[in-house]
Design a protein around this ligand. Structure first.
Ligand code: AMP
Ligand code: ZN
Ligand code: FE
Ligand code: FE
Length: 283
């Protein structure tokens, strides 16, 4: 297998990354990647610009999305690849998710204002127009106003469950999100399966459930995953008939320790992952 030339999990300023779609694709080309997938949270607004940049910098760009979905009370991320971002089935779902985000952002900002933090939706949406706004943007505000030293510090002190500004979101059920992705001619992939805190039986139950509702791939190559963890995930994927993908989850300065294409430095996503994704999409 050829290695280290693709990254199938990347965020831009269309959600909580700090590089624009154009800049991310330019960076991907400059570090020698052959392909990059743009997978912003709950939006495909960055995809057209990324595709344009792909032509300009001669690198393959795969349209994608990362949807926060509900599964047994947990927030499980499902990646969608190759889907038509103008599909009529997608728009109402993403609008619903963005409305829920908006309602939740307003509640969180109310709490922040009551605590003396100057923040408004008008200012945020003017500064980051069209973006899928969420807690990482509120973390930036807290940093700018000297309340936190980094994005992760802001999460730990104010924005994580149980902390003062946190408000829950309503997640679209996993089965529904997967159905939408598939109806838009996309492939659904379970994102970073080891990030949800499950032990082995819980993980197996999650992956089996995902496969049962139409998820067809699983992210196995991911920032920070060890060789042993990858082996466990590869076995599970093989057992359940899922194809395997991988990516860094690059967010620019919002997650400064993660490098595009390389994660913490050791990540190397085999190009075979893209081949199996494409094979699946062509079926
Ligand atoms: P939201 O979708 O608005 O609830 O924000 C969740 C996003 O915030 C996640 O997808 C991560 O990208 C980011 N995030 C969550 N926890 C942390 C953390 N501790 N440090 C930095 N970023 C985080
Ligand atoms: Zn994110
Ligand atoms: Fe995620
Ligand atoms: Fe992500």
């Amino acid at each position: 297998m050829t290695t280290g030339k693709i990254d199938l999990h990347v965020h831009t300023t269309a959600s909580d990354g700090t590089l624009s779609p154009w800049e991310v694709v330019r960076l991907a080309a400059s570090i020698g990647l052959a392909a990059v997938a743009v997978t912003d949270h709950d939006t495909m607004a960055g995809v057209p610009e990324a595709l344009e940049a792909g032509k300009a910098f001669q690198i393959e760009v795969i349209p994608g999305i990362e949807i926060s979905t509900g599964y047994r009370g947990a927030d499980i991320h499902v990646l969608g690849y190759g889907l038509d971002w103008n599909a009529p089935a997608l728009t109402p779902v993403l609008e619903w998710v963005q409305k829920d985000r908006q309602r939740r952002n307003e509640k969180m900002m109310e709490r922040m204002r009551a605590d003396g933090v100057a923040v408004s939706m008008e200012e945020l949406s003017a500064r980051i127009p069209g973006a899928s706004i969420g807690r990482p943007h509120l973390a930036q505000v807290l940093m700018q106003q000297g309340r936190a030293s980094s994005v992760s510090d802001a999460f730990e002190r104010y924005l994580s469950p149980g902390r003062p500004y946190y408000q829950p979101r309503t997640y679209i059920p996993m089965a529904e999100a997967v159905e939408v992705i598939r109806s838009c001619k996309g492939a659904a992939v379970l994102a970073h399966p080891l990030q949800y805190g499950y032990s082995s039986p819980g993980l197996r139950a999650l992956v089996a459930y995902a496969a049962g509702v139409g998820v067809s791939g699983m992210e196995v190559y991911y920032t920070g995953y060890t060789a042993a963890q990858r082996r466990e995930l590869l076995c599970l994927a093989a057992e359940l008939g899922l194809f395997v993908t991988g990516g860094s989850d690059f967010h620019g300065e919002n997650k400064p320790s993660i490098q595009l294409g390389k994660g913490h430095g050791q990540l190397s996503v085999p190009t075979a992952c893209l081949e199996s994704l494409k094979q699946h999409l062509s079926q």
